[in-house]
Design a protein around this ligand. Sequence first.
Ligand code: PGA
Length: 260
Amino acid sequence: MEVIISETYEEMSRLAAREVARMLNSKPNAVLGLATGSTPLGLYKELVRMHKEEGLDFSQVTTFNLDEYVGLTKDHPQSYHYFMHENLFKHINIPVQNVYIPSGTTDNYRAFCAWYEQRIREVGGIDLQILGIGSDGHIAFNEPSSSLGSRTRIKTLARQTIEDNARFFEKIEDVPVFAITMGVGTILEARQIILVANGEKKADAVARAVEGPVTSMITASALQLHPDCTVFLDRPAAGKLQMIDYYQWVQAKQPGAPKT
Ligand code: PGA
């Protein structure tokens, strides 16, 4: 894994967005995997800016979101459908038919999950997957003890996740207990992965994901098995990394590395 440490959240978001832009410039019809949560908001804001000011084009892009709460309709303010529309899709030129988000209101979740996996395969797989990380080390809603080979399915949210996400709801009882989520196995098939994390609250999960053993107890640790994964952090989120000096050394030396 490559670890890129920024002084600020804004800088971290800019660097991660630049990676997405690089993908779209080299492959205008790229398939992006998208994440929700407060962490990628800065990244989406930067993509919107690049679209408006620099003409970053989404007209041929296809997107697949990682997850959705079970039971929330598309227009529920805490649904991930709503989140994506408000924070990204309504500001860019992506065709609505190219947007895929797991349904939180289907009457057959099992069939929907199989169809979602099939759609990802049919469009040629995900080129670049964006991820956040939960304070319990989850990626998407793959909570501790999730199979590292898991596919899109229904998961029961961990108490920790419900507590973390309660800030977005009126009361904790309103946080859905179930979610539909891509699996760790689904995520690992993306050709490139970027993970963004900021703040001290994530430092422990980040250290365990990047430097701990690969374990289903920290599903983000499975990213160590991925051949092209970059982790973008602000300084507080990097605070517990043992190898921080090495990552910064690599970052400083990188411009001199052979280009071909
Ligand atoms: P957050 O969520 O960005 O709101 O911290 C991350 C996650 O739970 O994956």
